[in-house]
Structures are given as structure tokens and as C-alpha cells.
Design a protein around this ligand. Structure first.
Ligand code: SAH
Length: 395
């Protein structure tokens, strides 16, 4: 096994369980590791720090174990079991009204580079690192151990997330199927609402589980309101708003496939007061008449995927929010979000503040929102916090 030896003093963050070794912190690599190999990591003074997945890039090692030179045979089953126990503590396991959740959230669960979402017995995994991609069989096996007979399937959907430069054979498909399991779609329950999830064709793993609690919050404010759900994807917020007694909901997304799913999800829950628009959300908002809506949800895709585009992203958030604040009816409510990891909550709040100031209306912050507990954040890796939202009341 290859050894990665750090420069003197560069072990500090690892001693505090931060899971990344940056290439600039490395003094020497002993051996010739391939991408995705497990390597041991040593401080400059010769003491062992742990082991992790090696990869070429600015993050050279993603730590899997602190204090051990090798991964034990039980590593994968123990790590997945620990993530499962945490979901149990969050109240998401054997929950009569919610049977979908994020089981593994990368660094937040001590498994950097791995995402696993659970949809009523079907686990959908996405590897973001070469090491996790190469470990997918062990991961599927560990899921079988943890869920036992109740596991229906494990689907690998890493083709869009694993580093393509590494020359991996990136073809999505099932790593496990229980006897009799068929189909690439399932109806799951979230807070008692039904949603179709298609892990095969949908975005990410098929559903945005990170908005579960924020959707419940929309439900509480929706009674009697005329709602606009921008960037609606498969209509999560729309269904909750209708369940909360909204007068009518208009949903907008540029993806035709997503809009077809919105119609099915609205019908599945027995609602009718809904209209779908397959359109550019920003243009739609620009053209909509002032005061038509008194509840808006603005949940765009990440405008900044890396630091280099931060300034432009902040301007885009400001413009979008200014349009929403100027159009919402007096006494209206806006749920506005950013899922860009590089835009922290202060920067986002500043962009929304600038938006309000440019419009000149009185705006109160009613609530501050974030990602739910199953999108775990390690206290040693605050970079894992990515979803933030504000609930605004506009006079
Ligand atoms: N609110 C959703 C998740 C939104 S993800 C939920 O609760 O499930 C972001 C969505 O924005 C994606 O569905 C994507 O198709 C859509 N999108 C991206 N750019 C867009 C644009 N310019 N106009 C409308 N929709 C857009």
C-alpha cells in the first residue's frame, strides 16, 4: 500500500478529523498509487494519521479512517450501519409518513465522495470520487447487510458524478436486485404525500430530498394563497402547497420531463387546482403580472458550482430575487433558496438584501432555512453545509 507523507505541520486539520488532504500539503508519496487506491497518510514526524482514497487533483486524499493504516474488512458495513443508525435517530427509519431519505451524505457521514439516497427499499448511489466508484460492489454488499430482506435494489448512478477523466467505465445500472424486483420508478411517501421517483431518468438520484422540511414549511403558509413554484422540478413544493390549502398553484421548470412528472404527482395526490408551465423561470417571472401571486417559491439550480464564478452567481441571485420581490402581491411570502455550496448563508442573505433594497419594498425575514439532518454536516467539515433559504414577508 502506498504511503502519503505530509509536510511538517500540515497534519493539524486531519487531527481535527477534517477529511481532505490537499495536494499542496504532501511532502512525499512512497509507492505509485493508482487513482482510487486506499493509501495510508502520515504526518511529517512519522506518526500515522489514517487512510483514505487517493485521487489526482487538488484534493489528493479523501480520508475514510482516522488512526488506522488499512480499512478493516468490516469498514463498509460498519460505516453504512452508522449512517443508518443516525437516520434512525433522526426519526426517518420505520416512519409511517416518510419512506425516503438520504442515507449517506459524503463527508457528513465520514464517507467522502459517496451519496446514497433511499427510496422505499431502493438505494440509489452516486460516486463523486474514483475510490467510491471502484468500491461500489462493497458498498452494495454493505447495503444488503444493513437493510437485509427489505432491500429491493441498489442502483449505481455515477455516470454524471464520477470523475470522467479517470477513464472509468461509467455505465449506470443495478448492482443488486431482489428477486421479482422490476422497474426504474417507485412511488414514495414524504410527510404523507406521494411522489413518483425515477432514478433512471430523473435529475440527481431522482428526487430532491433536501427540501423535505422546507416543503412542510410551505404547506403551513399556503392556505388560501395563489402560489408560483419556480424551478419546481417534479413539483415537491407544489404538492405541499396544495395540501396546505393553496387556492391555485402554477409550477414552472425548463425540463419537459420534470413537468410531466409534476402533473403525475399532483394527480397522484388528488389535487386539481394546478397549472404546469414548461418554460424558463426567469422569463416567466419577468412576464408575470404584478401582484398575481402571494406565495412564491424560488429554488434555482446552483448558480455557482465553483469559486471562480461566485461574483456572477451572486449577481444572478440578486436579479432573480429582485424580480420576485417586485412582483409578489402586498402581504406576500417568498421562499427563496440557494444550493450553491460556495455561496455561504451570509453572502446569500446579502444578495437578497441588495435585491430588496433595489426594489424598495419593505421586507421582513420570517424564517431562515437549511438542509435537513439526513443531509448530514460533520462539525469538522462545515463546507458540507450547502442549502440555505430565507422566508420573506413583503409588505
Ligand atoms: N424545487 C425542486 C428542486 C429544484 S432543482 C424540488 O423541490 O424538487 C432545480 C430545477 O431548476 C431543475 O429541475 C432544473 O430543470 C430547473 N431549471 C434549471 N434552469 C432553469 C431555468 N432557467 N428555468 C426553469 N427551470 C430551470
Amino acid at each position: 500500500m502506498s504511503k502519503v507523507i505530509l509536510k511538517k505541520g500540515r497534519e493539524e486539520s486531519l487531527l481535527r478529523f477534517h477529511p481532505w488532504v490537499f495536494s499542496g500539503a504532501i511532502a512525499q508519496i512512497v509507492g505509485n498509487p493508482a487513482e482510487g487506491d486506499v493509501v495510508s497518510v502520515w504526518a511529517g514526524d512519522g506518526s500515522l494519521l489514517g487512510c483514505g482514497h487517493y485521487q489526482i487533483g487538488s484534493i489528493a486524499v479523501r480520508m475514510l479512517s482516522f488512526g488506522q493504516e488499512h480499512l478493516s474488512d468490516a469498514f463498509w458495513a460498519e460505516s453504512i450501519a452508522a449512517a443508518f443508525q443516525a437516520r434512525k435517530a433522526f426519526g426517518l427509519v420505520d416512519n409511517a409518513s416518510t419512506n425516503c431519505y438520504r442515507l449517506v451524505h459524503g463527508e457528513g457521514d465520514g464517507l467522502p465522495g459517496l451519496i446514497v439516497d433511499y427510496y422505499d427499499g431502493v438505494c440509489v448511489m452516486q460516486a463523486h470520487s474514483v475510490g467510491m466508484f471502484r468500491a461500489k460492489k462493497q458498498i452494495a454488499e454493505a447495503l444488503r447487510i444493513v437493510y437485509g430482506q427489505s432491500l429491493k435494489a441498489v442502483y449505481d448512478k455515477s455516470s454524471g458524478t464520477a470523475p470522467f477523466k479517470a477513464g472509468l467505465d461509467l455505465v449506470d445500472g443495478y448492482l443488486y436486485k431482489a428477486e421479482g424486483f422490476a422497474g426504474s420508478e417507485s412511488t414514495v411517501l414524504e410527510n404523507g404525500h406521494k411522489f413518483l421517483v425515477n432514478w433512471n431518468e430523473g435529475q440527481k438520484t431522482g428526487f430532491f430530498l433536501d427540501q423535505r422540511e422546507n416543503r412542510a414549511s410551505v404547506q403551513r403558509y399556503a392556505a388560501g394563497r395563489n402560489v408560483l413554484n419556480l424551478f419546481c422540478y417534479t413539483g415537491g413544493f407544489s404538492v405541499y402547497a396544495l395540501a396546505g390549502g393553496a387556492k391555485h398553484v402554477d409550477s414552472v421548470d425548463s425540463s419537459a420531463r420534470a413537468m410531466a412528472m409534476v402533473d403525475r404527482n399532483v394527480a397522484l395526490n388528488g389535487f386539481t387546482e394546478h397549472t404546469s408551465y414548461c418554460a424558463d423561470a426567469i422569463e416567466f417571472l419577468g412576464k408575470c403580472e404584478d401582484g398575481k401571486y402571494d406565495l412564491m417559491i424560488v429554488d434555482p439550480p446552483a448558480f455557482a458550482k465553483h469559486r471562480g464564478v461566485l461574483k456572477n452567481a451572486l449577481r444572478a441571485y440578486q436579479r432573480l430575487n429582485a424580480a420576485a420581490i417586485s412582483k409578489v402581491a402586498p402581504g406576500g411570502i417568498i421562499f427563496t433558496f440557494s444550493c450553491s455550496q460556495v455561496v455561504d448563508k451570509e453572502a446569500f442573505a446579502l444578495a437578497v438584501f441588495s435585491a430588496a433594497a433595489s426594489v424598495g419594498r419593505r421586507v421582513r425575514i420570517m424564517d431562515r432555512l437549511c438542509q435537513p439532518a439526513d443531509h448530514a454536516v460533520s462539525i469538522y467539515h462545515p463546507e458540507g453545509e450547502y442549502l440555505k433559504g430565507l422566508v420573506l414577508y413583503v409588505e
